[in-house]
Design a protein around this ligand. Structure first.
Ligand SMILES: [Mn+2]
Length: 389
């Protein structure tokens, strides 16, 4: 670290940890743990002044105990081992009341947890010899709460954020010589979503124009899970882990953000540890089981989409032998229709007809006369047993 670098204010921008989340039934606890180990090490070795977490710390309003334990550990180690401050805002998945437990006490330790409208416009100040930065955390706000707290006329996310930014600007105007950072959890127009972000739309209005942040030196955004740069000083760090196969192609990372006396100096990507690569494979069961083309994916988290014309026998068990980390099996032919019939017809079919459709579906040809008779006898027998019981 040279002399120049010691005169910077340095942030690490991350978001959307979703502690407590599962990936197709698999706990991501170990993957989250590895990310936290990595984050503490980066914060320490890069002499980060503050780690900014732009919302969705937890996956659910009521996080499971091991997720609470991970956050307890992360904030403690960031302060005590890495010597950094921590600023976290509530996202749309977080419970403001639960996230902000003991927040006034934590503030003294350098952990700034911001929820609700109350503290909007009050910055966390970071200073070095030359650089002075005012960091304004703007938590996710339901439009209704902005209406109630600030008398905002328009019940939308854009109006709530405009009102919040009005408070930020009023405070910043009183701090000459300060550079500005804003943290927000929102869907900014131009951003690319994927299928793991919970919709935050209210009455169809969910996008917020980037212009609402005009004049801010760096906006640390959360909500979208793919890392993206909307402008040099307007970025989504994205989530540190992939939460579905739709994110298989994402590069997960955090941003190291440097400020000097003259403003934003640079933004550098810091790749996050990859717990296991993800692969989306498509083919027949035989191809997937035998083709050498798939050797490279045997230790990946796998989503397999079958193209067999007829549903093969026990595909899950067989594929697991080659791909022990198979997490998702898609069998398109069975996904939408039952025997070529609309699912809405099911109510009108007799049990025997439903069973015959099933036979056709899994075997690719209809039952013969003997089989039809056997099924009919079986159902008659079952009904007789039911009636006499
Ligand atoms: Mn999220």
């Amino acid at each position: 670290m040279d002399v120049l670098a010691s005169r910077l204010v340095r942030f690490l921008h991350t978001s959307d940890w979703h502690l407590g989340r599962h990936l197709h039934g698999l706990s991501l606890h170990d993957a989250h743990q590895a990310f936290i180990d990595h984050l503490v090490e980066v914060a320490r070795s890069e002499r980060v002044d503050a780690v900014l977490i732009a919302g969705d710390l937890y996956d659910r309003a009521v996080p499971p105990p091991d997720a609470v334990g991970l956050w307890d550990q992360a904030q403690t180690r960031l302060v005590l081992e890495a010597g950094t401050q921590v600023v976290v805002i509530a996202g749309n998945h977080d419970s403001p009341a639960r996230l902000s437990v003991s927040s006034r006490l934590l503030e003294r330790a350098g952990v700034h947890v911001r929820v609700g409208t109350g503290a909007v416009g009050t910055p966390v100040l970071l200073e070095d010899e030359d650089a002075r930065v005012a960091c304004y955390p703007v938590p996710f706000l339901e439009p209704a709460s902005a209406v109630a707290a600030w008398g905002v006329e328009d019940r939308s996310h854009a109006a709530a954020l405009r009102a919040a930014m009005g408070r930020v600007r009023s405070d910043l105007a009183l701090r000459p010589g300060y550079r500005s950072v804003v943290m927000a959890h929102a869907f900014v127009s131009g951003g690319q979503g994927c299928d793991t972000e919970r919709d935050i739309s209210v009455g169809g209005v969910q996008h917020v124009p980037g212009a609402v942040f005009e004049g801010v030196d760096y906006v640390a955004l959360g909500h979208l899970h793919g890392r993206q740069r909307l402008a040099d000083g307007l970025r989504y760090s994205g989530s540190p882990l992939a939460f579905s196969f739709s994110e298989a192609a994402h590069v997960k990372s955090s941003y190291l953000v440097d400020f000097g006396v003259d403003g934003l100096r640079g933004v550098e990507e810091v790749p996050a540890p990859v717990p296991r690569r993800m692969a989306r494979l498509t083919g027949t069961v035989e191809e997937l089981l035998n083709s050498p083309a798939y050797s490279a994916y045997e230790q990946c988290w796998v989503e397999a989409t079958l193209t067999d014309a007829v549903r093969p026998l026990s595909p899950h068990e067989r594929l697991k032998r080659r791909f022990p980390h198979l997490l998702k099996l898609v069998v398109p032919s069975l996904a939408v229709e039952v025997g070529g019939r609309d699912l809405a017809d099911l109510d009108r079919l007799s049990p025997v007809e439903v069973a015959l459709d099933f036979v056709t579906e899994v075997r690719g040809r209809p039952a013969d006369n003997d089989e039809v008779a056997l099924l009919q006898r079986t159902f008659d027998e079952l009904r007789r047993v039911e009636v006499t019981r």
